[in-house]
Design a protein around this ligand. Structure first.
Ligand SMILES: NC(=O)c1ccc[n+]([C@@H]2O[C@H](COP(=O)([O-])OP(=O)(O)OC[C@H]3O[C@@H](n4cnc5c(N)ncnc54)[C@H](OP(=O)(O)O)[C@@H]3O)[C@@H](O)[C@H]2O)c1
Length: 336
């Protein structure tokens, strides 16, 4: 079968479109023909080897995927699953970790998954839309609802709003009735952020987001007034302290990642004197992933797809992600 494989850490030049032996499902697994697979912000990190995770070589990118069951293992414990079923599996495998991180990703024609990880796709949902959902949209759903409890009329500042997690955060905050201030690094991305409902946009390649927040909403005051209610920050690094300074008294800072550095400078004075809440959020549940699929079918959420390319063009799609030339999700499709 065809697969995108890398044998060592490095740049996209390490990604090869190779023939590898097809996998055989273990007793409690399903063999799935991949139809669509999407890339995430962690794919370049795993390729480069900049995380603390140990990569199992040969490796493939692609944590999120959708496809069709083509065979089931011999255990007889497959429940109601049968060949031909359309699935969008939960990509975190108990005891092995996340696909694309510590388990080879789905940029390949065939993948095995434990049947306990399978989630049924609604008939109305396309393979491309389904593959865009799990990791980024799942994380955004948990962060903005279960953990962040975004409410109507709150002012919500979203940094890096143009990526996978970000475009879903914007949509969920808008749907909750919040006033969204969305950040992106290019004019064309800001236009798209407005299209999905952001009230204010900030071009972080030219503007200082803290200054813009202070200009628009006033400098936060100890006794209330000024600033925003919520900052969504998975960028980390130099954006961390300005995020604290942008929050109103008793504001909330939501964090699920740290694209530019997980050990930023800190300023504890803002946390205690403004009684800020720092709220971490990690992953999502099976129920979240099922809810996302229903929300798409019901027209309550739109997977924002930047491009759909054939699997062989994974290196080009990943380079675009690295170069920050993407709005939403990049999807690769696998033809029979
Ligand atoms: N904890 C969890 O469960 C979980 C799950 C999924 C993701 N995450 C984390 O969430 C973050 C976002 O993931 P994602 O998949 O949405 O990534 P993504 O699609 O690559 O989006 C990240 C966005 O961050 C912005 N950005 C700002 N500074 C950047 C920089 N120096 N390098 C690259 N991008 C930069 C980019 O927008 P502009 O160019 O427009 O600024 C980009 O659109 C990552 O840190 C990821 O590890 C955590």
């Amino acid at each position: 079968m065809k697969a995108i494989i890398f044998h060592a850490h490095g740049g996209v030049e390490n990604l090869k479109y190779e023939d590898i032996p097809p996998p055989t499902p273990a007793a409690d697994e399903a063999l799935i023909r991949v139809k669509a697979v999407s890339l995430n912000g962690f794919d370049p990190m795993i390729l480069r080897g900049t995380t603390s995770l140990k990569t199992p070589f040969p490796m493939s990118p692609g944590g999120d995927f959708s496809g069709e069951i083509v065979a089931l293992g011999s255990s007889g414990n497959s429940g109601t699953w049968k060949t031909g079923d359309r699935v969008c599996p939960y990509p975190y495998i108990e005891g092995r970790g996340m696909m694309g991180e510590t388990v080879p990703g789905a940029c390949r024609e065939l993948v095995t998954m434990p049947v306990t990880n399978l989630l049924r796709m609604p008939d109305e949902l396309s393979f491309v839309d389904a593959a865009a959902l799990p990791i980024a949209y799942g994380t955004a759903l948990r962060m903005m609802t279960t953990r962040g409890a975004i409410r109507a009329r709150e002012k919500v500042l979203i940094l890096g709003a143009t990526g996978g997690v970000g475009t879903c955060c914007v949509q969920l905050a808008v749907a909750a009735g919040a006033e969204v201030i969305a950040c992106g690094s290019a004019e064309w991305k800001l236009c798209k952020l407005r299209e999905i409902g952001a009230t204010h946009v900030i071009d972080t390649s030219k503007e200082d987001f803290l200054e813009r927040v202070r200009d628009r909403f006033g400098k936060p005051r100890y006794l209330g007034g000024g600033g925003v209610d919520v900052v969504v920050n998975y960028i980390g690094g130099e954006t961390w302290v300005p995020s604290l300074k942008a929050l109103r008294h008793q504001g909330r800072l939501l964090v699920c990642g740290a694209t530019t550095g997980y050990s930023p400078a800190e300023d504890l004075r803002y946390i205690w004197s403004f009684e800020l809440q720092i709220i971490g959020s990690d992953g999502w549940t099976y129920e979240d992933q099922t809810a996302l699929m229903s929300m798409v079918v019901e027209g309550k959420l739109k997977p924002l797809i930047h491009s759909v390319r054939p699997l062989s063009e994974t290196p080009q799609a990943l380079q675009e992600l690295i170069d920050r030339k993407i709005f939403g999700k990049s999807v690769l499709t696998v033809t029979d």
